[in-house]
Design a protein around this ligand. Structure first.
Ligand code: SF4
Ligand code: SF4
Length: 253
């Protein structure tokens, strides 16, 4: 995102809308005496588009140019209105975590493990995303990356979680690694993530996705409690509007 020096009047109205914080600096206009404009720190800006969508600039100075590779990955991950062609869904991840009841991505005995790196104010560089992805793959727990996730598409070798070198210096407001493994491998996945957390220069949260049994049991709960991991349970429920073409428990009616 940039501000046009010939339009911007440095009114600061766009400042509070930026999730990356105070990344604008004031510049004196070279040709118009007494006139100031703002310059957006291009390294800190994730091209999320929030300032532009807020439509608060009184002189329409903000503009988003068409970014080239690899810079364009910032907008793909950070601007929810930019659709990633791989998943056909705007935003950072796939819909698999939210639609398990109708898609059956995570079957009984499996656990989805998603890692959400970065938060407003700090963001996440892809070099840190790579550290976490390689930690999961290096744990040899049979972790399989989600195919349609943008981060997976930015990998040159998804079998080891290695990202393309040219995206490592790019950043997003947040990025999600998605995949799954067998339920019994969850403790090893958590251990690998705890080790990786010591080496990344950002924050991350871990999403553990599982199918609740017909008896109402959450299969991951006992595992997380045994590990002493703080967890918060959230659910995505199929209210009957989506008709699954499979059965979670084929031997039951
Ligand atoms: S595009 Fe997003 S990160 Fe960049 S200046 Fe605007 S609000 Fe801030
Ligand atoms: S709202 Fe527009 S004029 Fe005001 S500081 Fe931001 S870009 Fe400049």
């Amino acid at each position: 995102m940039k501000a046009d020096p010939d339009k911007c009047i440095a009114c600061k109205r766009c400042f509070p809308y930026c999730p990356m914080g105070r990344i604008q600096s004031f510049r004196r206009h070279e040709r118009i005496p007494g006139r100031f404009y703002i310059q957006i720190d291009q390294e800190a800006c994730t091209d999320c588009g929030l300032c532009l969508r807020a439509a608060i600039c009184p002189v329409n100075a903000l503009y988003q140019q068409q970014e080239q590779w690899p810079r364009e990955v910032r907008g793909i991950l950070s601007n929810p209105l930019i659709e990633f062609k791989g998943s056909q869904v705007p935003g950072r991840g796939t819909e698999e975590m939210k639609t398990n009841d109708v898609k059956g991505t995570f079957m009984p005995g499996e656990v989805g493990v998603g890692v959400e790196l970065g938060r407003p104010g700090i963001g996440a560089y892809f070099r840190d995303v790579e550290i976490v992805a390689m930690a999961l793959m290096g744990a040899n727990i049979g972790y399989v990356m989600a195919e349609e996730n943008p981060v997976t598409h930015f990998m040159e070798n998804k079998n080891i979680g290695k990202l393309r070198d040219d995206v490592l210096g790019e950043k997003a407001t947040s990025a999600i690694i998605e995949g799954k493994c067998k339920l019994e491998k969850l403790p090893e996945a958590i251990k690998a993530l705890e080790e990786a957390a010591k080496r990344v220069d950002t924050v991350f949260t871990v999403e553990v996705i599982t199918k609740v049994t017909p008896e109402g049991e959450v299969p991951t709960k006992a595992i997380l409690e045994k590990l002493g991991i703080f967890y918060s349970i959230n659910t995505k429920n199929n209210l009957g509007l989506g008709e699954p073409s499979f059965k979670f428990y084929p031997d039951r009616n």
